[in-house]
Design a protein around this ligand. Structure first.
Ligand code: VTB
Length: 314
């Protein structure tokens, strides 16, 4: 089975509209309301599609947001079975505080082709498609990975940039990077976007590393797989409850290092519409009676496309 042809345009429209649904909440310091508006919009629109969809990656538990929950059935039931990963607002803080970096994100694949991942953290390492597979590794030390990267690319360490979430849990990695004189691009939230920055030299990021959300890891893997980039991830569990939930979801080896092709298989579609301005695309612009949105899309072409949409204000 191939994904239905019309799905690509449908999904671009859906993330455009869910981003727009958040627009009234930009800078209103109401992250739950912003998330709810986008989530409701996404759910309503997905339910109109001719698909038999199931949410395999939902959002909510980590930040207690109004979730599109894992296992939720979506679509009108008249169509192919599709796995859906949603992140209606990636970077709710950015929307709440009117800061750059928020986007509305969706990824889909045929049933069984997207990892059913628990709501927990994931340690990740991501590089672009100019790096041969199996050279950089999640289990190597920071220094070893930087040395390998430097050798492959002929870049001095001081010319390498690593993107990482600015969190106390990354203290050790950060001091290692500092010692090695590597440049660091800190992000305060939004590691879907951070990971995508390795996909093109123009974004100026060589490696993305560190611990972020597991669901965000799976969702971005869909885009990175289409772009032939390298991604490895390992879930991290804090509590017994977390571990039990993962086991219930079918994860047998809780310590497994996932390769990208174990997270996403076959054809997938990834769409992310900017809410506020992002590194990768512009945020929503309101112009006269229209909203103008920019959506980054990956599908079958190995390129990160930017699609502009104009939506009349109802
Ligand atoms: C990341 C990032 C999100 O949470 O997943 C991160 O992509 C997880 O880490 O945008 P923290 O719990 O330490 O925030 C966000 O920053 C917010 O959901």
């Amino acid at each position: 089975m191939k994904l239905p042809k019309e799905l690509l345009n449908n999904l671009i429209e859906i993330t455009s509209n869910s981003a727009i649904a958040c627009y009234p909440y930009i800078g209103k310091n109401e992250k739950i309301l912003a998330d709810k508006a986008a989530t409701d919009s996404m759910r309503n629109q997905l339910n109109k599609l001719n698909i038999n969809g199931k949410v395999v990656i939902g959002e909510g538990e980590l930040d207690e947001a109004p979730m599109l929950f894992i296992g939720e059935k979506l679509g009108n039931g008249n169509g192919p079975e599709i796995d859906i990963a949603v992140d209606p607002v990636e970077g709710t803080n950015f929307v709440a505080k009117n800061l750059p970096g928020s986007m509305s994100v969706l990824a889909v694949a045929e049933k069984g082709n997207l990892l059913n991942a628990p709501e927990t953290y994931m340690n990740k390492i991501v590089t672009g498609n100019h790096i041969p597979k199996e050279s950089i590794d999640l289990d190597f030390t920071v220094e070893k990975n930087i040395n390998i990267y430097s050798e492959i690319t002929n870049k001095k360490k001081s010319e390498i940039t690593v993107c990482i979430l600015d969190r106390p849990r990354h203290k050790k990695i950060i001091s290692e990077l500092e010692r090695l004189k590597v440049n660091i691009k800190f992000i305060t939230d939004g590691d879907v976007s951070g990971a995508l920055l390795v996909s093109d030299k123009k974004f100026g990021v060589d490696i993305f590393m560190g611990i972020g959300g597991g669901p965000e890891g799976v969702i971005v893997a869909a885009a990175l797989n289409t772009l032939n980039c390298n991604f490895q991830g390992r879930f991290l569990f804090k509590t017994t409850e977390d571990r039990n939930r993962a086991i219930k979801m079918g994860i047998k080896d809780l310590n497994k290092k996932y390769e990208i092709n174990e997270i996403v298989k076959g054809e997938s579609i990834f769409c992310a519409t900017g809410i506020t301005d992002c590194d990768l695309m512009k945020g929503i612009i309101k112009k006269n009676d229209k909203f103008i949105t920019e959506t980054i899309v990956t599908h079958d072409k190995n390129v990160l496309q930017i699609v502009k949409n104009e939506v009349s204000i109802a």
